[in-house]
Ligand binder design. Structure first.
Ligand SMILES: [Zn+2]
Length: 261
């Protein structure tokens, strides 16, 4: 028989928000949307569910898990939205409000945390040893991470990344060139490629690639690996969720809603 919900430890919504803010320091970032509590739910939290994106499928799965609060990398609100609560936005919000669930979202702060963030967690998963000095960061808001992994060839590294993430990757490189110096920036960070090149990277790993980066890779001799926006950002939210839940004595579960992008 499972423990009745009411006997599990709980914390206030405010205490959970304070712990997340304390860990992720959202005030240090200029971001594309609000970080922290995006949708207010019940005042008391026992179960935290983490995920990559506050999609309808994720919210429905979290409801089935009896979540009191959600922690995601991609929340509901972004700069440039037209602000209407219609269509998919209405559906997602209605589910959250009907079930009185709190939605916490942290975007750049969740990429950037030095050990639990998306970048650090991806580096760990790929066996990239991050530099722990000034060489370890590059690019706007220091969101690019740099480290080393000795790779016999760019093709071998691409194969390693594909194996570790469980999906196909896109490689633009001279396939046989050996390399060591690895730059990475999770998600849609194709815009960081030139900063990675300037910082001395031999390969850049991110989620996505756009047309210009294929040419830069060929012309600059720096390898480019696009391993999927979702796949590259799957590890920060569960790491942060587990840490904060352990600190506060909450139940925590990560739900992955697969995404081919
Ligand atoms: Zn992202």
């Amino acid at each position: 028989m499972s423990e009745p919900t009411s006997s599990r430890p709980s914390v206030s919504r405010a205490a959970l928000g304070a712990s997340l803010d304390q860990l992720l320091q959202p005030g240090q970032f200029k971001d594309y949307g609000p970080n922290g509590l995006q949708v207010e739910g019940r005042p008391t939290v026992r179960k935290l569910v983490s995920g990559v994106t506050a999609s309808r499928a994720f919210i429905e799965a979290a409801i089935a898990e009896q979540a009191d609060a959600l922690l995601v990398h991609h929340g509901l609100f972004w700069r440039g939205q037209d602000g209407r609560v219609t269509g998919w936005m209405k559906q997602r919000l209605a589910l959250l409000l009907q079930h009185d669930i709190n939605l916490f979202a942290y975007h750049l702060p969740l990429d950037a945390h030095p050990t639990l963030g998306n970048n650090a967690q991806l580096a760990q998963r790929l066996g990239v040893q991050l530099y722990d000095d000034a060489r370890g960061r590059f690019g706007e808001q220091s969101l690019g991470f740099m480290g080393e992994r000795a790779c016999a060839s760019a093709a071998a590294l691409a194969e390693h990344v594909a194996e570790r993430l469980g999906r196909a990757v896109t490689l633009v490189a001279e396939p046989d060139r050996p390399l060591t110096r690895v730059a990475l920036c999770t998600g849609g960070a194709q815009g960081y490629f030139e900063a990675a090149i300037a910082a001395g990277a031999e390969v850049f790993i991110t989620g996505e690639i756009s047309e210009p980066q294929a040419h830069y890779a060929r012309e600059c001799g720096v390898a480019y690996i696009a391993c999927g926006h979702h796949a590259s950002e799957r590890y920060g939210a569960p790491a942060v969720g587990a840490q904060v839940a352990a600190e506060l004595g909450l139940e925590h579960v990560f739900i992955d809603i697969p995404n081919p992008a």
